[in-house]
Write a protein that binds this ligand. Sequence first.
Ligand code: ZN
Length: 255
Amino acid sequence: MLIDTHAHLTDVKYGGAREIIDNMEADGLERIISVGFNEFSSAYSVKLAEENEKIFAAVGVHPSDANEVGQGYIGALAELCSSPKCVAIGEIGLDYHYEDTDKRAQRRILTRQLELVREMDLPAVFHVRDAYGDFYDIIKEYSQCLTSGAVMHCFSGSKETALLYAEMGYYISFSGSITFKNSRAGEIIEALPLDKILIETDCPYLAPVPHRGEINYPKYVRFQAEKIAETRGMAVEEIIEITKNNAYRAFPKLR
Ligand SMILES: [Zn+2]
């Protein structure tokens, strides 16, 4: 059975995600982590998780929402973290991809949420894009906040960066982008220790080949397992089993 460790079930395209949740068994899905990116989607993810046995939540404010945060966002997130179904704080991080990003605001909400990670003693789910240098500096300074581990979601960095984080004990999570023709993830997948690899969809975005360009769904996480199996010369069922066990280790409350 598969685990999608990073899905946005709160997206309007899914209209409440009833169909996805009802079909989990038939689709071979054991667990889905619905990930928040602002206060609303975090609360909504926890609600979905509390109402559905096999759904779990991560709560946090995404760097692209850094300028939208309200006064009480940390208190609101802290309250959501206390749900038995909230397995992580995320997605949080830095995203310098677009020119108009307010880097200072991004760093401010990241460090504030890293303090929350320490208070709540939960793993962190990191979104990092075109900002690996600054991100690394912050993580070094706040390393005492990260005693429950971390996941580099939708990893897009270099092989050296991936190995560096794996050595620090972080998990490296791969989305549908590893199935794209121009992907350079192959050499990273070959080099990483198998016990540090996670798979995810980041749906509704980044649908894998052969669904590229369409709406993405949690069940498509299987294509990431197939790609990794092909790259490592292993059976897909073996990769599904290994990444599933990794997910349960990375997120202890997912049990
Ligand atoms: Zn995401």
